[in-house]
Design a protein around this ligand. Structure first.
Ligand code: NAD
Length: 495
């Protein structure tokens, strides 16, 4: 019998009021059911929000360093259970075990970063324009946070949101993606074990249209942090904006790696293989475009095709596997549809382009690493997010042209340039319109203490990670103390 997972609402593990459940299966092996999960409703969300609201008063008054110690404990538990979490995550989501270990490690790093921030959460003390008056700002919690996450980083992304939200003194209603609810449940168990008070964290499983919408539209939720597609982000922004909620949106990408004629090609090769085919191309920062200087184009394409051909597909629990399955049937259909579009558009498919179904692969959602050359700027495979192991190669004749092509998409998340020329590198920093730029590194590789996010349709100006995320989860309160004993009028008495 499949394991029955539950919601965690108002301090209790419980089923949905609907009584309905949905199933979660291993994308590398459909025969394996990870578990069944509550198919929750608006009523479940209402209960969760009301519990989070009640818990808010005492949590916000808990000193930040004490909240930080709980985050540290959560990090410690994750260290102890790292391998167990990684194994579950690979079974649930498909990416290879080394990557799921990395996903857990990102959660651990984020916990320890939050622990440190508990003793900082700096405001600013600044001089007054009047004598005997002291003034400063301090950071205060906001209220109840609604957190909505995607499936591609089942532990890391929930921790990116939950640790800073809690450390800042907010209470949480968390809706994970319905493709990765088991890892999310393990995370909530860990938070509770670490000492997060019941009802400070609430977990509601279910679909985006029902549970996600109910969170976004709830009057008593003060802020929303969403990571997912730009399509859904737009809907959320409209609804939450109407409710005057604070909203952080981290959305899609169409990231590119530039390789200039002076680049170290072996290094650039390692970068593109990891960037394009790591996580089976299902990272928001995945390299889906490769922009090559014409002088190295043919040689570099040969290298990439030669190496990509050798990548081993399979169950991510097998340590020798390079590329796992894609997340589900719909994702594989979408990838294949884009491959057909690329062919119709006249791009030259030099590798892959088909479902991988030899032997054991037949039982999972596998797709062969795919490479298109002769891709022209403006083609749909060059513009739209495919979210799979498909790489489009574009030939250019100068740095300026490379940067123009890189920028000419609706997204602006991550970017990379391989060059030995320091001037070219700094020109790239200046002229690339993305939230993240790497020099001589692939488009993927975020660290939790650096800001993370993108421009244009990738984001709405907020950042995850780093110190900026704490600004999202707090309000600045401005405090003045006049100790002059007289009425002092700013802008008047001192002029
Ligand atoms: P998605 O937008 O389909 O779903 C994301 C989450 O939103 C899920 O929990 C889903 O259930 C929920 N949701 C769906 N419809 C909703 C609605 N109407 N109201 C409220 N919630 C709703 O995205 P996905 O398929 O889970 O993830 C892949 C996408 O996420 C890609 O576009 C990828 O680029 C993006 N992503 C971005 C980042 C980043 O930091 N920029 C990181 C990871 C993934």
């Amino acid at each position: 019998m499949a394991k029955k997972f539950q919601n965690f609402i108002a301090g209790e593990w419980c089923d949905s009021v609907s009584g309905d459940r949905f199933e979660n299966r291993n994308p590398a092996n459909w025969d394996e059911v990870i578990g069944t999960f509550p198919k929750s409703t608006k009523e479940d969300v209402d209960k969760a929000v009301s519990a989070a609201r009640k818990a808010y008063e005492s949590w916000r008054k808990t000193p930040a360093p004490v909240r930080g110690e709980i985050m540290k404990k959560a990090g410690d538990i994750m260290v102890e259970r790292k391998e167990e979490i990684a194994q579950l995550m690979t079974r649930e989501m498909g990416k290879v075990i080394d990557e799921t270990r990395g996903d857990v490690q990102e959660g651990i790093d984020t916990a320890y970063y939050a622990f440190g921030e508990g003793r900082r959460l700096f405001g600013k003390a600044v001089p007054s324009e009047l004598p005997n008056k002291t003034q400063w700002t301090r950071r205060r919690s906001i209220g109840v946070a609604g957190l909505i996450t995607p499936w591609n980083f089942p532990m890391a992304i929930p921790t990116w949101k939950t640790f800073p939200a809690l450390l800042s003194g907010n209470t949480v209603v968390f809706k994970p993606a319905s493709d990765t609810p088991a890892t999310a449940t393990l995370f909530v168990e860990i938070l509770l074990k670490a000492g997060v008070p019941p009802a400070v964290i609430n977990l509601v499983h279910g679909g985006g249209g029902t549970v996600g919408t109910a969170i976004v539209e709830h009057d008593d939720i003060d802020l929303i942090s969403f990571t997912g597609s730009s399509e859904v982000g737009r809907i959320i922004n409209g609804k939450a904006g109407g409710g005057l909620k604070r909203v952080s949106l981290e959305m899609g990408g169409k990231n590119a790696q530039i390789v200039m004629d002076d680049a170290n090609l072996e290094l650039a090769l390692d970068g593109v293989l990891w960037g394009a085919f790591g996580t089976t191309g299902q990272r928001c920062t995945a390299t889906s475009r490769l922009i090559l200087h014409e002088d190295i184009h043919d040689e570099f394409v040969d290298l990439v095709v030669r190496e990509a051909k050798e990548l081993k597909l399979g169950d991510g629990l097998d340590e020798t596997v390079d590329v796992g399955p894609v997340i589900n049937e719909g994702a594989r259909e979408k990838i294949h549809k884009y491959v057909e579009i690329g062919q119709d558009e006249g791009a030259n498919m030099v590798l892959g382009g088909e479902i991988a179904d030899e032997g054991d692969l037949a039982n999972g959602w596998f797709y062969k690493p795919t490479i298109f050359t002769d891709v022209e700027p403006g083609m749909r495979i060059e513009q739209e997010e495919i979210f799979g192991p498909v790489l489009s190669v574009i030939k250019v004749s100068s740095l300026e042209e490379a940067i123009d092509v890189l920028n000419d998409v609706e997204y602006g998340l991550s970017s990379s340039i391989y060059t030995q020329d320091v001037n070219a590198a700094f020109q790239a920093f200046d002229d690339i319109d993305c939230g993240i730029t790497y020099v001589n590194g692939p488009t993927i590789g975020a660290e939790c203490h650096m800001s993370f996010g993108g421009t244009k349709s990738t984001g709405n100006g907020h950042r995850e990670g780093g110190w900026e995320v704490y600004e999202f989860y707090t309000d600045a309160q401005t405090c003045y103390v006049d100790h002059s004993g007289t009425l002092q009028r700013a802008q008047i008495d001192n002029r």
